[in-house]
Design a protein around this ligand. Structure first.
Ligand SMILES: Cc1cc2nc3c(=O)[nH]c(=O)nc-3n(C[C@H](O)[C@H](O)[C@H](O)COP(=O)(O)OP(=O)(O)OC[C@H]3O[C@@H](n4cnc5c(N)ncnc54)[C@H](O)[C@@H]3O)c2cc1C
Length: 395
């Protein structure tokens, strides 16, 4: 048996002969369409069976929403399967690529401020370096005065594999724009050449949504204060800028078997909580408590009608010392029984919430808490939030 190791991403559609690239796109389209149809058909059958055996009859709106969700899930699953199958097929069927002639590559439109100093510029390479995936910003949309949605896609989208979790997250890599580095970054070589404070830094962000059909994903960035590498990058991002991400992690999926759901978090957690709310069955019931500074930081969040949403306001109090989430939880009647709890946010707030929950009579296996940020962590001198904020790219 051969143990020959193949490179993970040997071919991208842009490098294939046009006929093959077209075939590649058609296979994907056909797979997603078949998956969508299969998802709908299976869900329809299950609903029929449930109505026959359990006497469960859904309203038309709920039935339509369930079928739509099943269709989407089928499309997503088929996309993932097609990605895997194509990768395997490429390893077997395609001859090695000829080297790309100089100057004809797809040098990305890099977002750099000013020319790159000659000794820090790195050779241009597209696509994956190690686990780095390079996407292009397609659209920028402000959801509130402090939350900005970046929608990204492009050629690198094929390298991203969604794991389907509500809290699916990635590490984003940010480089000092004054250095003119071009992703994917050759970190080992940069470590040898750059001062520590000039190296690209990573920050964790949730994949708010992933659309295999439109071939794009969205990340919602909280622009906190006036600095922060991730927040300030997003506040100044525009179509064509590049976004470098790792493979995704995360495993939280709402528990459809829970009697109630209680989701709690600050701005950093809103993307994961919003994704979880979209995954809940439409007849789910429970509470959502979200902490923001003021009403200007609130925005529309799609959720089942039975999930009551409460916004709590810091009203200028620093988020690092806020106790609003735990206070809001204390005001609820103590939950008991089969309640699913998801709490995400600042470290000491999460510690307090864990203490509080330990006094409630709950099934501890249904509790998920996680620290999403810690006050006073590293800043970088290059991060500065720009003054103007505007949506860009066609929505
Ligand atoms: C799994 C996971 C998923 C996450 N998903 C998201 C997401 O989808 N969207 C999102 O906006 N954040 C998310 N976060 C939180 C995000 O990683 C941190 O807030 C991160 O510090 C932001 O990086 P930055 O470069 O903007 O700020 P940093 O350079 O890390 O920090 C600069 C300063 O800002 C302060 N600061 C950092 N974060 C916050 C905050 N949230 N609120 C107030 N002050 C802060 C710090 O105290 C520090 O002094 C997630 C974190 C994890 C672990």
């Amino acid at each position: 048996m051969s143990h020959h190791k193949h490179p993970k991403h040997p071919v991208d559609p842009g490098e294939m002969p046009p006929a093959l690239a077209r075939e590649h796109a058609l296979v994907f389209e056909a797979a997603v369409e078949a998956g969508r149809r299969a998802g709908r058909k299976t869900a329809k059958k299950k609903l029929k069976r449930a109505a026959r055996h359990g006497g469960i009859k859904l309203s038309k709106a709920l039935r339509d929403a369930t079928l739509r969700d099943a269709e989407k899930a089928g499309g997503r699953a088929a996309y993932a399967a097609a990605t895997k199958a194509l990768r395997k097929a490429r390893h077997r069927a395609l001859p090695p690529l000829p080297p790309r002639p100089p100057g004809t590559g797809q040098e990305p439109a890099v977002a750099v401020a000013g020319p790159a100093p000659a000794d820090t510029a790195v050779p241009v390479r597209t696509r994956v370096r190690g686990s780095q995936i390079v996407l292009e910003v397609l659209r920028v949309k402000w959801l509130s005065q402090s939350m900005v949605r970046i929608v990204a896609g492009g050629e690198g989208f094929a390298d991203f594999e969604s794991n389907g979790a509500a809290d699916q997250h990635v590490k984003l890599l940010f480089a000092n724009p004054a250095l003119g580095l071009v992703p994917p970054y050759e970190m080992r070589s940069l470590r040898g050449r750059l001062a520590r404070e000039d190296l690209p830094v990573s920050r964790s962000y949730t994949i708010r949504s992933h659309d295999p059909v439109a071939r794009e994903l969205a990340i919602d960035f909280f622009v906190h204060g006036t600095d922060g590498v991730g927040g300030s990058w997003a506040a100044g991002a525009k179509p064509g800028d590049l976004l470098v991400l790792s493979k995704s992690k995360g495993k939280f999926r709402p528990d459809a078997g829970a009697e109630q759901h209680l989701y709690v978090g600050d701005e950093s957690a809103i993307p994961a909580i919003a994704a979880a709310l979209e995954m809940l069955p439409r007849n789910a019931v429970g509470q959502v408590i979200l902490e923001v500074d003021s009403a200007a930081d609130e925005f529309e969040i799609d959720r089942p009608a039975g999930m009551a949403l409460h916004w709590v306001h810091r009203s200028g109090e620093p988020s690092a010392t806020s106790t609003m989430l735990a206070n809001a939880l204390r005001e609820l009647p103590a939950a008991h029984g089969q309640v699913e709890i998801l709490a995400l946010g600042e470290r000491s707030a999460m510690q307090e919430i864990r203490r509080l929950l330990s006094h409630w009579d709950l099934d501890q296996r249904r509790i998920t808490t996680s620290t999403y940020w810690t006050p006073g962590k590293a800043r970088r001198s290059w991060s500065r939030v720009p003054e103007t904020r505007a949506d860009t790219g066609s929505m």
